[in-house]
Write a protein that binds this ligand. Structure first.
Ligand SMILES: Nc1ncnc2c1ncn2[C@@H]1O[C@H](COP(=O)(O)OP(=O)(O)OP(=O)(O)O)[C@@H](O)[C@H]1O
Length: 367
C-alpha cells in the first residue's frame, strides 16, 4: 500500500475531493474532462519537480481560488505519515508563487520526498518521448534514478544551481572572473560526477532486468545513456575549463550531464525507438516502466519506500492480451497503481481486487 485518505482542495476542477479506502489497484473511471488525470497529477506532486504535466502552480489552482492543497496518508510502515503539499497566494490578487511540502506537519524540502516514496508515471503525452527533445528523456531517466537513489535530487539541485550561475557569467557583457568560474565548475563537477555515476548504475541494473524479460507481449528495449558524461569530477572540470572561450561565445555551458540523453533501441533489430511505430514505442516505454518498477520494489524494500505508479489512459490503448499481461506484471511489481479509463470494462479481471472511483465534473464517488 502507499497512498490513502487523499484530499484535493481547489486543485484544478476538484473543489473538495476525498478518496478513502484505496487498494493496490485504484481505478478512476469517468468521461473525458471529468478530472481523472487531475487526480494523478495531484499525486505526482509528492515527488520532487513539477508533476506529470509540468504545469505552473497557477494553472493547477482551481479557477478563482487563491491556492490549492493536497493531502495524503503514506501507508508503508506501521504508522501512516501524513504528507501535504500546498500553495498559498501571498496576497489575494496574486497567483500563488511557492509550493510547500510537509510530512506529519513538519516542513520538508521537496527534494527529500524521494526518501519517503517514489512516484512514476506514464501519460499520453509521453507517446512522443522518443521523438521529442532530449530533455524529456533526461527527466524520465532521472525520475527512474531517483526511485532507486533518493539522493539524486540533491545532486541535481546543486548541479543546476551552479550551472545557472555559470551560464549567467558566460552570457554577461563583462569577462567573467576566472576564480569565480573555477569555483562554480568545481561545484558542478562534484555534483555532475555523482549524477553521471547514479545514472550509469541505474541504467546498468535496469539493462540487466530488461535483458531477461520475454520479448512478448511487450517489446524488449536496450537502453543506455548516450552521450554520457564521465562520472569523474576532474574530467568534467577540465572539460569546462578548456571550453570557457567557446562557451562564452555561446553564452552557456554546452557539455555536461545536463546534455546527456537516454538512448533506447529495440532489441533484436537494433532499431532506435524514434524509428519504431507508435505502438512499438508505447510497448518499449511500458516495458521499461514495468522493469523499473520491479527494480524500485527491490531497492525500496530496503528503505521501506513504496512505489506508486500513475498510468493515465494506458489500458485503453492495449489489446486484451497485452492488457492482461500489463495487469499481471503490475501485480508482480508490488507497486500501488492508479489507472484512469473512460469505462470500467477496460479493467476486466481487476475489478474484484481494485478500488474504483467514478469521477464526474471534479467529484469522485467510490463505486
Ligand atoms: N485550474 C483549473 N480550474 C478549474 N478547472 C480546471 C483547471 N485546470 C483544468 N481544469 C479542468 O479539468 C478538466 C480536465 O480534467 P482531466 O484532465 O483530469 O480530465 P480527464 O478525466 O483525465 O479526461 P480525459 O479522459 O479527457 O483525459 C477540464 O474540464 C479542465 O477544464
Amino acid at each position: 500500500m502507499a497512498f490513502d485518505r487523499i484530499q484535493l482542495a481547489d486543485f484544478r476542477n476538484h473543489r473538495a475531493t476525498r478518496l478513502d479506502g484505496s487498494a493496490r489497484f485504484n481505478l478512476l473511471v469517468g468521461a473525458n474532462g471529468a478530472g481523472k488525470t487531475n487526480v494523478l497529477e495531484a499525486l505526482s506532486l509528492f515527488t520532487p519537480g513539477r508533476g506529470l504535466r509540468r504545469a505552473q502552480l497557477a494553472e493547477m489552482t482551481r479557477d478563482d481560488a487563491a491556492g490549492f492543497a493536497i493531502g495524503a496518508d503514506l501507508v508503508s510502515g506501521v504508522t501512516p505519515v501524513r504528507l501535504g503539499t500546498a500553495v498559498q497566494a501571498d496576497a489575494p490578487a496574486q497567483k500563488p508563487a511557492r509550493r510547500i511540502v510537509q510530512a506529519s506537519g513538519a516542513p520538508l524540502p521537496a527534494a527529500r520526498l524521494a526518501e519517503w516514496l517514489s512516484v512514476a508515471w506514464l501519460t499520453p503525452a509521453m507517446d512522443r518521448l522518443f521523438t521529442d527533445s532530449a530533455s524529456g528523456r533526461r527527466r524520465f531517466l532521472d525520475r527512474m534514478v531517483l526511485a532507486i537513489r533518493p539522493e539524486h535530487a540533491t545532486h541535481s539541485g546543486r548541479y543546476e544551481k551552479a550551472l545557472r550561475e555559470r551560464n549567467r557569467l558566460l552570457s554577461a557583457d563583462r569577462a567573467p572572473d576566472p576564480s569565480w568560474l573555477e569555483a562554480l565548475e568545481r561545484e558542478m563537477a562534484e555534483a555532475g560526477a555523482a549524477i553521471a555515476a547514479n545514472r550509469a548504475a541505474v541504467v546498468g541494473e535496469l539493462s540487466a532486468r530488461l535483458a531477461v524479460l520475454p520479448d512478448a507481449p511487450f517489446a524488449r528495449p536496450e537502453i543506455a545513456v548516450d552521450p554520457a558524461s564521465p562520472a569523474d569530477a576532474d574530467a568534467l572540470a577540465d572539460k569546462w575549463r578548456q571550453s570557457r572561450g567557446a562557451e562564452r561565445g555561446a553564452g552557456r555551458t554546452l557539455s555536461g550531464p545536463h546534455r546527456d540523453d537516454l538512448a533506447v533501441v529495440m532489441s533484436g533489430t537494433g532499431r532506435p525507438a524514434s524509428d519504431c511505430s507508435t505502438g512499438e514505442q508505447k510497448a518499449l516505454l511500458i516495458a521499461i516502466t514495468l522493469a523499473h518498477a520491479t527494480l524500485a520494489k527491490d531497492h525500496g524494500a530496503d528503505g521501506g519506500r513504496p512505489l506508486v505508479l500513475l498510468l493515465d489512459e494506458v489500458a485503453a490503448h492495449l489489446d486484451p492480451v497485452r492488457r492482461a499481461a500489463l495487469f499481471e506484471r503490475l501485480d508482480a511489481s508490488g507497486a500501488q497503481v492508479w489507472m484512469t479509463g473512460t469505462e470500467l470494462a477496460l479493467f476486466g479481471g481487476l475489478e474484484g481486487g481494485a478500488a474504483v472511483w467514478r469521477v464526474a465534473d471534479g467529484v469522485a464517488e467510490k463505486a
